[in-house]
Design a protein around this ligand. Structure first.
Ligand SMILES: Cc1ncc(COP(=O)(O)O)c(C=O)c1O
Length: 828
């Protein structure tokens, strides 16, 4: 009998040849999908491809995990209720350096890689900027060799799929899991128990100490699903661990036996609801019980996982600050602070002071907003009912905090009330941002202006009390997804002229493009790439939405969540004004630069004004696009369901990026950076990261307009009267009157009355105040666009100076300023 030698090496050291890949792929199709090539559906082909590609990454993943537990280096845990990942296939192919092999191998089988790319449904596990930021950050952490893990929620339904019915938004469920999700690795055997409700009691410990004990009312299981987060070009694969809720018991057999099947499975449904659906809210918190359940659920799972599974069994938790830093992405995971206190005090039986001294060294908090209404406050009644022990802990943290505060400001009770973690009005509530700030090592804003406004306004009292705690980390975007993959034309040109792909991991390399702005041949090639990207978008939108566009027009793009502060209405009023001026004869169409005014935006389903604005954009589009008077001059395009996948084709095709929020309202923006990196010029206010973009590219390569933040504050303080702008600006008046007249609603004046009346009588975000400045800036845009050479020069300068906005740089800033951790040496 021949001897069998055990090989403990992972088997997946795959052959990196076309033939090797094809063999693996066919094996996966046959044995994984259970079909042969002649019968395989596109979905079969896609799933088999995804599994084949992940095999190639598997050795690296296992190796990363092995080394991580060996090294025990300081790690980062990024806690985020959202990870807006986008499609995975292309990114995995890039990381595994397999794209060419796979393309050729599939072609040999008569399969188009591009068709399989399109078969992937993106996991929309986030609302917009915040969730996409988390996805960029974990990509950068992996690429930079930082030991780290992402923790979040595996929503069964992500952000809703937006459709338009008669121009109005109708939400459809996003069933991203229906056709199978080949990128995830469920581990039901590693499920952890998470409790809710019940009561707290005192009891006497063995040594006579009185302690607290939480007697929960109910619990659920959290099942971890692991996702690979491959680094680019470095052999590292980090982990993203998303939690899915399951019932602790599938159903109650007693009730089932008594014949009530529906009642028997109700507990299961109840538990599984926790990870069922992402709250489709952006910039406004949802004070809903289920939302708090979600937050505690994923945080409790993650802390338990880290303490019990990731750390070695004999780990001394007093050393926790040397081993981990938990980054809280907004207030959603802030309940982690009392949860870690509970673990240390109640479960590990530490003293309060010892526990607090560790807890206050391991969390940092990123604030993402400037809108006071977006800061989460949980009612004490709700939090006490759902998490009674945590409420007690929060009260004790607050008590201790207020003692210190009153000692520092003995005669300032008003300040104590303002800063207290507990709000008394309009109902008693827990201010999660205050809790986070009290416990955090660092609190950061997400752009220079935002961090300054946090210090000066939103969290001013705290910045005075804890001067060293506040810092800035300007957001960033991953150059892998948002240039290397999404813009193959520009990416190829950059690699060619720079002589290598080093820029993909060192985006400052783009600076070397700058002299080429003066090179006519380079400009011609740059322009040709933009033109090709525009044609690619035109083709996509024709197929996807039946939208017909002319690639020869200027592509003026505003894509982001629909929110009044972002001011989609400002762009729309400008379109209406141009339309009104042309149709009334005030403007010769020949003098109007042919433009495509593109929008992409989802509105939160409960945000009525945002949905009205969507209806109005579509209504204006319908009228304008059908009117021969403006044909070839003005086109409005509003493809439904803006998501990461659409962004990847839309952004590289843009000539003009609209970043027109009211100054002092947009924390950072990341869309703005993606456009800049892809060679669009920005028309924008002095807000969020626009400020840093403009500083980098200079006024001559940026169309700045509008009130500054101090001016806005001044206008508001003096009393803002939007009607005065309406009365004194004829173009603005005519545009608003046209909307009010029912011209876009078949003569029905009532349809868009709420939008018009809101602008005229409230206009919280000063659209009318900035209208003329915006129209003037658009005239400057037209003038600049008329000179293609100068425009291209500016676009190249934008690209060349975009290096600062790499999320790799953001990670370096967090490592230095917040986490005090370092990448590990890949060769060690
Ligand atoms: C799908 C999607 N939605 C929303 C955003 C956020 O856009 P902005 O920063 O312009 O608000 C992004 C980021 O670029 C995105 O990719």
């Amino acid at each position: 009998m021949s001897e069998v030698t055990a090989n403990t090496e992972p088997v997946a050291t795959r052959e990196r040849t076309v033939e090797g890949f094809v063999r693996e792929y066919l094996r996966e199709l046959n044995f994984g999908q259970g079909v042969d090539l002649s019968r395989a559906s596109v979905n079969d082909q896609y799933l088999a491809l995804a599994r084949t590609v992940r095999h190639y990454l598997m050795v690296r993943w296992l190796e990363t995990l092995r080394r991580q537990s060996e090294l025990q280096a300081k790690s980062v845990a990024y806690l985020s209720a959202e990870f807006l990942l986008g499609r995975q296939l292309d990114n995995a192919l890039l990381a595994a350096d397999l794209t060419d092999i796979v393309e050729e191998g599939l072609a040999g089988l008569g399969i188009s890689l591009d068709t399989l790319r399109q078969a992937e449904v993106e996991p929309g596990l986030g609302n917009g900027g915040l969730g996409r930021l988390a996805a960029c950050f974990i990509d950068s952490l992996a690429t930079m060799n930082v030991p780290s893990i992402g923790y979040g929620i595996r929503y069964e339904y992500g952000i809703f799929r937006q459709t338009f019915v008669d121009g109005w938004q109708v939400e459809k469920p996003d069933s991203w899991l229906t056709l199978g999700s080949p990128w995830e690795f469920p581990h039901p055997e590693m499920a952890v128990n998470v409790s809710f409700g019940g009561t707290v009691e005192d009891y006497e410990d063995d040594d006579g100490t009185t302690r607290k004990r939480w007697l929960p009312g109910w619990s659920v299981l959290g099942v971890p699903y692991n996702y690979m987060v491959p680094g680019y070009g470095n052999g590292r694969v980090n982990t993203l661990r998303l939690w899915s809720a399951r019932a602790t018991r599938a159903f109650d057999l007693e009730i089932f036996n008594s014949g009530d099947y529906a009642q028997a499975v109700r507990a299961q449904t109840f538990a599984e609801n926790i990870s069922k659906v992402l709250y489709p809210e952006d910039s406004t918190p949802q004070g809903k019980e289920l939302r708090l359940q979600q937050q505690y659920f994923f945080v409790a799972c993650s802390l338990k996982d880290f303490v019990d599974q990731v750390l070695p069994k004999d780990f001394d938790l007093t050393n926790l600050p040397d081993r981990i830093h938990f980054q809280l992405n907004d207030t959603h995971p802030v309940i982690a602070i009392p949860e870690l206190m509970r673990i240390l005090v109640d479960e590990k039986k530490w003293s309060w002071d010892d526990a607090w001294s560790v807890v206050r060294q391991v969390f940092s908090y990123t604030c993402h907003t400037l809108l006071p209404e977006a800061l989460e406050v949980w009612s004490v009644e709700l939090l006490g009912r759902l998490l009674p022990r945590h409420l007690e802990i929060i009260y004790r943290i607050n008590e201790q905090f207020l003692v210190g505060l009153r000692a520092a400001y003995p005669d300032d009770e008003l300040r104590a009330r303002r800063m207290s973690i507990i709000a008394e009005f309009p109902e008693r509530g827990i201010r999660m941002a205050h809790l986070a700030t009290v416990a955090a090592v660092k609190v950061n804003g997400v752009a220079a202006l935002h961090s300054q406004l946090l210090r000066d306004k939103v969290l001013h009292d705290f910045a005075e009390y804890y001067p060293g705690k506040f810092t800035n980390v300007t957001n960033g975007i991953t150059p892998r997804r948002f240039l290397r993959l999404s813009n193959p034309g520009l990416s190829g040109l950059v690699t060619e002229v720079l002589g290598s792909e080093k820029w993909v991991t060192d985006l400052d390399e783009l600076r070397a493009l700058e002299p080429l702005a003066e090179d006519a041949e380079f400009r011609r090639r740059f322009r040709e790439i933009k033109a090709a990207n525009k044609r690619r978008l035109v083709h996509l939108l024709a197929e996807r939405d039946g939208i017909v566009l002319d690639p020869e027009t200027m592509f003026d793009v505003m894509v982001k969540r629909l929110h009044e502060y972002k001011r989609q209405t400002l762009k729309l009023l400008h379109v209406v004004s141009l339309y009104e001026q042309i149709t009334s004869g005030a403007l010769d169409p020949a003098d109007v630069t042919p433009r495509t005014f593109a929008f992409g935006a989802k509105a939160a389903p409960g945000y009525r004004m945002a949905k009205q604005i969507i209806g109005l954009i579509n209504a204006v589009g319908r009228t304008v696009n059908a009117d021969p008077a403006v044909e070839g001059r003005l086109t409005v395009a509003f493809p439904a369901n803006y998501n990461v996948t659409l962004a990847e084709t839309l952004i590289p095709a843009a000539d003009l990026s609209e970043q027109i929020s009211l100054a002092g309202k947009e924390a950072s923006g990341t869309g703005n950076m993606k456009f800049m990196l892809n060679g669009a010029l920005t028309i924008g206010t002095d807000d969020g990261a626009n400020v840093e973009i403009r500083e980098l590219v200079g006024d001559e390569n940026f169309f700045l307009f509008g009130l500054t933040e101090p001016e806005v504050a001044d206008v508001v303080e003096r009393g803002y009267h939007p009607t005065s702008y309406y009365e004194t600006n004829p173009q603005l008046r005519h545009a608003l009157d046209l909307v009010a007249s029912g011209a876009f609603s078949d003569g029905d004046r009532s349809v868009f009355e709420p939008v018009v009346s809101n602008l005229l009588h409230e206009d919280r975000f000063l659209v009318l105040a900035d209208f003329q400045a915006y129209a003037d800036a658009q005239a400057r845009v037209d003038a600049a666009y008329a000179d293609p050479e100068a425009w291209t020069r500016s676009a190249i300068i934008n690209v060349a100076r975009a290096g600062f906005f790499s999320s790799d740089r953001s990670m370096r800033d967090y490592l230095d300023r917040v986490w005090h951790a370092a990448p590990v040496d890949p060769s060690a």
